[in-house]
Write a protein that binds this ligand. Structure first.
Ligand code: NAP
Ligand code: MG
Length: 496
């Protein structure tokens, strides 16, 4: 797994100079004039700068979003919004090679992953385009005396504040802009300061596609300033947040001023159960990539691999062999499968957990090192396997958000389910088995919003995913997501 040198020096023109915020249709510097360096995690070197927006910029963006919401945008018909979303679809897909490259440079995910998101982006945009009629009115039967007609409408909630993490902004922004445009809401998006570039470029393309001024706004900056200001803002009607539990708790507190609606998509420590009757040729790479995809920086990562004791040792051996075949390196190399972690801070956090895992008595079966040693450029960590772990160890309880798998043996289904559900999280889970009965029993018993059987991590935007317990509330994708951007309204009309 050598860290590979980049084989391409093609840097898009967009990745240069100082990037601005999009507020009310205009590209503007942060009012303070402050900027943040954008770091390429594969090299540790700066690429360009973004604006360090703060509460003043957020306030300007929210005012612009409010004006747009109350203005001409409110008269756009569902058909016009659908055409707009489809135009965005075409422009974004036409520029997808550039967008994938920007994402790879900015947050490290290899081109093999970012380019692979093209089809998914097409699906997600077409899905939200198909939802533009979600606010259609209907007549409702009523039990009132006399001659009263009741209508039920769904109306857009207003200005939506989106706050997303760095692990996949090329995906994450559509969960905000898609439903906002489908329903006639307006949005202010605050991407993570570690990965804002693809969002800024897509916002340019959306403007080109004809999104009216103020309908979408982007303010880059730190979470504690710009993010907090958005969560507190009295004129924001809904916050759609994706990120960690700690930040979510801050956002819940910040939202009380005007009782904002909240959608919280948080982290996990998802169990992936491998039964002795599973097809290991599929289960080994499937469960392994369920952890290591995007270098483990995935909310639904199946980081607790629960393996039936009779096959535990064989599974661990095969999984460890498999990790040796994974190509880790600069994402610009088309052969790279896993890129770097996002930042020095994340690298230190992951290496800390690897130390703790060994210290608490789990066996380090594979990996465990920073690639190239302590002084290497970039933030690369080997895919790491801990085996023979128990569920009370720190590496089984806390979200690491790095390429670290914790393998825990179990005896039977009851034992496995007890361990699987012994976590404060409830985002996802998986089961590998040859038995239909086991598959159904386990998928029903895992307390999580999404469960995969003999696969891991696949996602259809028309079906969606979400969490329970401390993994948050709200649903991403499907009609439920769109309805979160609408509020119901009843109209009673006396016809006499
Ligand atoms: P994070 O620290 O919570 O950051 C998420 C976003 O919140 C960033 O834009 C961050 O800004 C912002 N933020 C930070 N402090 C804030 C505050 N006080 N008020 C408002 N916003 C604030 O999460 P992360 O470490 O970047 O991302 C990883 C987490 O996201 C993991 O827990 C992962 O599981 C979760 N995640 C969940 C899903 C899902 O759909 N369930 C998907 C992906 C990731 P800055 O970073 O710029 O400071
Ligand atoms: Mg970066």
């Amino acid at each position: 797994m050598p860290a590979r040198e980049s084989t391409s020096s093609a840097i898009p023109a967009f990745v240069s100079g100082s990037k601005k915020n999009l507020i009310g249709g205009k590209w503007v510097d942060a009012t303070s004039g402050q900027q943040i360096d954008v770091i390429n995690p594969a090299t540790g070197k700066p690429l360009c700068r973004i604006a360090q927006g703060d509460a003043t910029d957020v306030d300007l963006a929210v005012s612009a979003a409010r004006r747009a919401f109350e203005g001409g945008w409110s008269r756009w018909t569902p058909h016009q919004r659908r055409k707009l979303l489809l135009k965005i679809h075409d422009i974004v897909l036409d520029h997808f090679d550039e967008l994938a490259l920007i994402e790879t440079l900015d947050m490290g995910a290899p081109l093999s992953r970012t380019q692979g998101l093209k089809e998914w982006t097409s699906q997600v945009l077409q899905f939200f385009a198909s939802q533009c009629d979600a606010a259609a009115s209907s007549t409702a039967q009523n039990s009132l005396p006399g001659n009263v007609l009741t209508l039920k409408h769904l109306a857009p909630v207003g200005v939506v504040g989106g706050i997303i993490p760095w692990n996949g902004p090329l995906i994450g922004l559509w969960w905000i802009f898609g439903p906002a445009l489908a329903t006639g809401c307006t949005a202010v998006l605050k991407p993570a300061e570690d990965a804002s570039l693809s969002v800024l470029r897509i916002a340019e393309l959306m403007t080109e596609a004809g999104v009216p001024d103020g309908v979408i706004n982007v303010v880059t900056g730190y979470g504690a300033d710009a993010g907090q200001a958005l969560a507190e803002h009295k004129d924001v009607d809904r916050i759609a947040f994706t990120g960690s539990i700690g930040t979510a708790q801050t956002i819940v507190r910040a939202s009380v001023g005007n009782l904002k609606r909240l959608q919280l998509e948080l982290g996990g420590k998802s169990p992936d159960l491998v039964f002795a009757d599973a097809d290991l040729d599929k289960a080994v790479p499937g469960a392994a990539m369920g952890v290591y995809t995007n270098s483990g920086q995935v909310c639904v990562a199946g980081t607790r691999i629960l393996v039936q004791r009779s096959i535990h040792d064989e599974f661990v051996e095969r999984m460890t062999e498999f990790t040796k075949t994974i190509r880790v390196g600069d994402g610009l190399d088309p052969n790279t499968q896993l890129g770097p972690l996002i930042s020095q801070r994340q690298l230190e956090r992951v290496m800390h957990y690897i130390d703790v895992g060994g210290g608490e008595g789990a066996r380090l079966a594979g990996g465990g090192n920073r690639l190239g040693g302590d002084l290497a450029p970039g933030f690369f960590v080997e895919p790491t396997v801990f085996s023979g772990a128990s569920n009370d160890m720190t590496i089984a309880r806390e979200e690491i958000f790095g390429p670290v798998a914790t393998v825990i043996p179990f005896d039977d289904m009851d034992d496995a389910l007890q361990v699987a559900n012994d976590t404060p999280f409830g985002l996802a889970g998986g089961v590998w088995t040859g038995s239909l009965s086991t598959a159904h029993k386990v998928s029903q018993a895992i307390k999580a919003g999404t469960v995969w059987v003999n696969c891991y991590g696949v996602l259809d935007p028309a079906v969606g995913f979400g969490g329970t317990k401390m993994s948050g509330y709200g649903w991403k994708g499907a009609r439920e997501h769109v309805e979160g951007y609408l509020y119901p309204k009843a109209v009673y009309i006396n016809l006499d």
